[in-house]
Design a binder for this molecule. Structure first.
Ligand SMILES: Cc1cc2nc3c(=O)[nH]c(=O)nc-3n(C[C@H](O)[C@H](O)[C@H](O)COP(=O)(O)OP(=O)(O)OC[C@H]3O[C@@H](n4cnc5c(N)ncnc54)[C@H](O)[C@@H]3O)c2cc1C
Ligand code: SF4
Ligand code: SF4
Length: 422
């Protein structure tokens, strides 16, 4: 029997594929879908009006839970090198923000903040679409428009809770003003997908910037962490996950107290134990293949050490993928907005990001496992997933495929039907 439009839409969340980007609210209209905090603590699309098959089909083609593609073909130049693991690149450098305050306040070395500030100061864009800490839900990020250098500085630092930057992208495009977008790789994928339907995207989005992303934390795990520290979620007034050093302290505030924790207290010492949404566990592109520039950390092995982070001023690894990205990087360096330390290669990225490599190698067979269990299999293109899987031993491939099947059967890849939590 044919699935109804409503059941098909809910299946994205129920099958653990929603990344919470918010774009389906904008595609369907807020009278039909609202991306809000759901009963499981994530931001999820709650159906509030009539949905038809055409709209849901369109969402399946735009949602980064169901479709993830690499760099658009027209962005690949004759000079572009394509590394099987690290994707298209023109230049990769170690760098940091030229302004010491920006470098200090930001997540790593402040390159994304500095580039955004440069774009505004150089009047290349009217504003930056990105996220900042949510005033209403301190563990969340919320979509934010920055019009000044000071606005941008306020948004620095990674948000490790749900954040939906594309929730009202239709209204933002309707402003008709050129802007830059900074979002996680899945957010970039969503907006690139929208460009297939909406000509305003390529006309107005002048720069696409992304943090390399290993996933955000399951909100119930954040809640559990805070409870263990004696802090009730409802008493929280602000939470900064990192920044003010690299990674800097995680700072948690209530009306009565301020507590600080180390990054490793929050995330743990080993990437394999990170409590991530299922969508992040099977992410085929945490490295921002569809962005002009992707900025990462440079910790050897993927995590900081307690000793090293006491004095680390923060250095980004910056993967420049497009001609527009290269021109931006070099123009920003010329004015001193960023400092380039030296050029590096995809092999250096592999030293800094072993967890990204493991996930990218596994994605193809994890998707096969989803198919085996009758689940939605996300459509992918230009990410070289099959080629990467071919580099693995047969036993490793089976392990990934069977592991995903077991995860699905045990309910670990299943979420409740989205329903507003309040
Ligand atoms: C969820 C998450 C997971 C990450 N995992 C990794 C990883 O595995 N490996 C790695 O090297 N780096 C990871 N990072 C990136 C790293 O933390 C830095 O963001 C990156 O190095 C850029 O540093 P920066 O100093 O230039 O950033 P900043 O100058 O501080 O700028 C950060 C920018 O990212 C935006 N932003 C922050 N959080 C979010 C969010 N949740 N959704 C959308 N936009 C956001 C901000 O609005 C800001 O514009 C992750 C970041 C996030 C948000
Ligand atoms: S990933 Fe984005 S588009 Fe897809 S269901 Fe979730 S909020 Fe909607
Ligand atoms: S790991 Fe992938 S799905 Fe998860 S937040 Fe990062 S880019 Fe999005």
């Amino acid at each position: 029997m044919k699935q109804s439009a409503i059941d098909r839409m809910n299946a994205i969340s129920e099958q653990g594929l929603c990344a919470g980007c918010g774009i389906c609210q904008s595609v369907a209209g807020p009278d039909k879908i609202k991306v809000v905090k759901s009963v499981n603590g994530y931001e999820r699309p709650v159906i509030v009006g009539d949905l038809d098959d055409v709209t849901v089909e369109r969402i399946f083609n735009i949602c980064p839970g169901t479709r993830i593609e690499g760099l658009p073909e027209n962005e690949v130049t004759p000079a572009t090198k394509i590394d099987n693991m690290w994707g298209p690149w023109l230049r990769i450098v170690r760098a940091w923000a030229g302004d010491p305050k920006t470098r200090f306040e930001a997540s790593t070395g402040g390159v994304l903040t500095a580039l955004a500030q440069f774009l505004l100061n150089d009047q290349r864009v009217d504003f930056i679409l990105h996220v900042k800490a949510s005033a209403k839900e301190p563990i969340f990020g919320e979509r934010y428009l920055s019009f000044s250098e000071a606005d941008v500085l306020d948004t620095g630092g990674s948000r490790y809770g749900p954040s939906a930057p594309l929730i009202d992208i239709d209204e933002i495009l309707a402003r008709g003003q050129p802007f830059a977008f900074i979002g996680k790789p899945c957010d970039i994928a969503a907006l690139r997908n929208l460009a297939h339907y909406d000509g305003r995207v390529n006309e107005l989005v002048k720069y696409w910037l992304t943090p390399v992303c290993g996933g955000f934390m399951n909100p119930s795990a954040i809640d559990a962490f805070l409870s263990r520290a004696g802090i009730k979620l409802e008493n929280l007034t602000s939470l900064r996950y990192r920044g003010q050093g690299c990674p800097g302290p995680m700072r948690v505030e209530t009306a009565d107290e301020v507590k600080e924790f180390h990054y490793l207290d929050f995330w743990g010492d080993n990437a394999s134990t990170w409590d991530l949404p299922f969508r992040c566990k099977i992410c085929p592109d945490g490295i921002g293949e569809a962005a002009d520039i992707a900025a990462a950390d440079t910790w050897i092995g993927g995590s900081p050490t307690r000793e090293g982070s006491k004095s680390d001023p923060g250095t980004n690894a910056v993967v420049v993928r497009t001609a527009a990205g290269l021109e931006l990087l070099e123009a920003a360096a010329k004015t001193g907005a960023i400092n380039i330390e030296y050029d590096i290669t995809p092999d250096d990225m592999s030293i800094y990001q072993p967890h990204q490599m493991r996930k990218k190698y596994a994605a193809h067979d994890r998707f096969q496992g989803l198919g085996d269990e009758g689940r939605i299999v996300p459509k992918t293109d230009r990410l070289r997933l099959a080629e990467l899987a071919d580099e693995l031993q047969e036993s490793d491939r089976n392990f990934q495929r069977e592991g995903t099947r077991t995860r699905v059967r045990s309910g670990k890849a299943t979420e409740p039907k989205p329903e507003a939590s309040e």
